[in-house]
Design a protein around this ligand. Structure first.
Ligand code: APR
Length: 307
C-alpha cells in the first residue's frame, strides 16, 4: 500500500485527502499545525469509509514522525494573502512555512516525491527544492493541471460540449504570466483555433489567466479548492500508479525551452520516479516570447528570496 502525506489540512489539503482516499490511491497522513484539527478531519473521513466503500486508512496528526516512509508528500501549508499584505510579505511568510515543512520531509520522508501547492507556486516549489536538496525530478509544482482544467471548462462551456473531450494546454508560471496555448488546445483532436474566432479565444484565455482571482472575488474569505484538489489527485495518481501521464506541471528546467535553473510550467511525464521526462513542444515565436515573459516573472520572484 502506498503512503501519501498531505501537509496542511485546510480547504485544499482536506479536500485532496477526501479525493485521494475515495480513489483508494493509498493510506493517507494529514498533518497540520493546528492541534486536533487534522485528527478530527481524518476521523470524520474514516467514518465515511463504510458508506463510500474505501479500504484505505486516513490519519490526522501534528507530529512529523508520522509521515515516515511516505511515497508522496503534498504541501498545501501556508497562508492566503490577506488585505493589505504585499506579495513580498506573502512570499516571506509562506517560504518560512514551506522551508520548515521541507526540513521535516527531508528528515522523515527522504525518499518521497514532493508536490508543492502553496502559492506563489513557482517560488514555493523553488524553495522546496533548495530546502529538501532532493533531485529536481522529485520536487514538482501543481499548476498546469489546474490551469488547463480551467481553460478546458471555459472552452466546453462556450462550445456546449462535454469538458471530457477538451484537452487544454497551459504553460508558464502559475499566475498572471501563465501561457494558455489555443493552438494546442483541442476538442476531440480539433484545435480550438478552428472552432472559435480570435476574439472568443482571447476572452477564454483571459478568463483562464484570471481563474484563481475570479474565485477569490466570489468566495471573499478564501481561494479555490475543489479544482485544485482534483488536480493534486490526478498528479498523485499518475505517480503512485505509475501511469506515466503527460501533464503540465511546474518543473525545474535544465536547458529545456532555453531555460536553466528555474521552475516553469511545461508538459512532463509523471510516473513512479516523479518527473520521468520533460516534453519539449515546438513553440511558435509568439508562444516562446510569452514563455520568456513568464520566466522573467518567475525569476523576479525568486530574486526576492533569501535562500
Ligand atoms: N505546517 C503545517 N500546516 C500549516 C503550517 C505549517 N507550518 N502553517 C500553516 N499550516 C496550515 C494551516 O493551519 C491551515 O490549516 O495550512 C492550512 C492552509 O489551509 P487554508 O488556510 O484553508 O488554505 P487553502 O485554501 O487550503 O490553501 C492552501 O494552497 O492553493 C494554495 O494559495 C493556496 O497557498 C494556499 C494553499
Amino acid at each position: 500500500m502506498k503512503k501519501i502525506t498531505v501537509v496542511g489540512a485546510g480547504f485544499v489539503g482536506a479536500t485532496a485527502v477526501q479525493r485521494i482516499v475515495e480513489k483508494e490511491l493509498g493510506d493517507v497522513v494529514m498533518i497540520d499545525v493546528i492541534e486536533g484539527m487534522p485528527q478530527g478531519k481524518a476521523l470524520d473521513l474514516m467514518e465515511s469509509a463504510p458508506i463510500e466503500g474505501f479500504d484505505v486508512e486516513v490519519m490526522g496528526t501534528n507530529d512529523y514522525k508520522d509521515i515516515e516512509g511516505s511515497d508522496v508528500v503534498v504541501i498545501t501549508a501556508g497562508i492566503a494573502r490577506k488585505p493589505g499584505m504585499s506579495r513580498d510579505d506573502l512570499v516571506k511568510i509562506n517560504s518560512t512555512i514551506v522551508s520548515e515543512v521541507c526540513e521535516n520531509i527531508k528528515k522523515y520522508a527522504p525518499e518521497s516525491i514532493v508536490i508543492v501547492v502553496t502559492n506563489p507556486l513557482d517560488i514555493m516549489t523553488h524553495v522546496a527544492l533548495k530546502m529538501t536538496e532532493f533531485h529536481p525530478s522529485r520536487v514538482i509544482g501543481m499548476s498546469g493541471v489546474l490551469d488547463s482544467a480551467r481553460f478546458a471548462t471555459f472552452v466546453a462551456k462556450e462550445l456546449g460540449c462535454s469538458a471530457r473531450d477538451v484537452d487544454a494546454m497551459v504553460l508558464g508560471g502559475h499566475g498572471d504570466s501563465m501561457v494558455p496555448l489555443p493552438r494546442l488546445t483541442t476538442v476531440s483532436g480539433v484545435p480550438i483555433t478552428e472552432l472559435m474566432d480570435d476574439e472568443t479565444i482571447d476572452r477564454l484565455v483571459q478568463r483562464t489567466i484570471n481563474g484563481g482571482a475570479e474565485i477569490v472575488e466570489l468566495l471573499k474569505t478564501g481561494s479555490a479548492f475543489y479544482a485544485p484538489s482534483a488536480a493534486i489527485t490526478t498528479m498523485v495518481a499518475s505517480i503512485v500508479r505509475d501511469q506515466k501521464r503527460i501533464l503540465p506541471a511546474a518543473v525545474y528546467l535544465h536547458g529545456q525551452y532555453g531555460h536553466e535553473g528555474i521552475y516553469l510550467g511545461v508538459p512532463v511525464k509523471l510516473g513512479r520516479m516523479g518527473v520521468e521526462a520533460i516534453v519539449e513542444l515546438d513553440l511558435t515565436e509568439s508562444e516562446q516570447a510569452m514563455l520568456e515573459r513568464s520566466a522573467d516573472a518567475v525569476k523576479k520572484g525568486i530574486s526576492t528570496l533569501e535562500i
